[in-house]
Design a protein around this ligand. Structure first.
Ligand SMILES: [Zn+2]
Length: 98
């Protein structure tokens, strides 16, 4: 991994991560320095004794040195609010498909 000049990078920048750490799949990386991460999870429904499949989409900062592509599995960490909708940063690409 090369050093980057992105101040919002979790490794080379000045932001600190705290709180939730999640992992998911990148479904969109069209916006500059932003990726949408899809997280699939299940919720147990007691009445039916079954699991309901749910998902959430979390916008996360995509630093220059990581540059995750669509389809990649990534780890994200919570950080301070970076924009109106972003408060997560990608910390690692687990499996780069593209
Ligand atoms: Zn970096």
């Amino acid at each position: 991994m090369e050093a980057c000049n992105d101040p919002r990078c979790a490794i080379h920048g000045s932001i600190k991560t705290r709180g939730m750490r999640l992992s998911g799949i990148v479904v969109s990386s069209k916006a500059k320095h932003t990726a949408i991460i899809r997280i699939d999870y299940t919720k147990y429904i007691y009445k039916y004794g079954r699991y309901l499949r749910k998902h959430s989409r979390i916008p996360a900062h995509n630093p220059e040195c990581i540059n995750a592509k669509e389809g990649s599995a990534v780890d994200i960490a919570e950080t301070r609010r970076l924009s109106k909708t972003k408060s997560f940063v990608i910390t690692k690409v687990v499996n780069n498909k593209v």
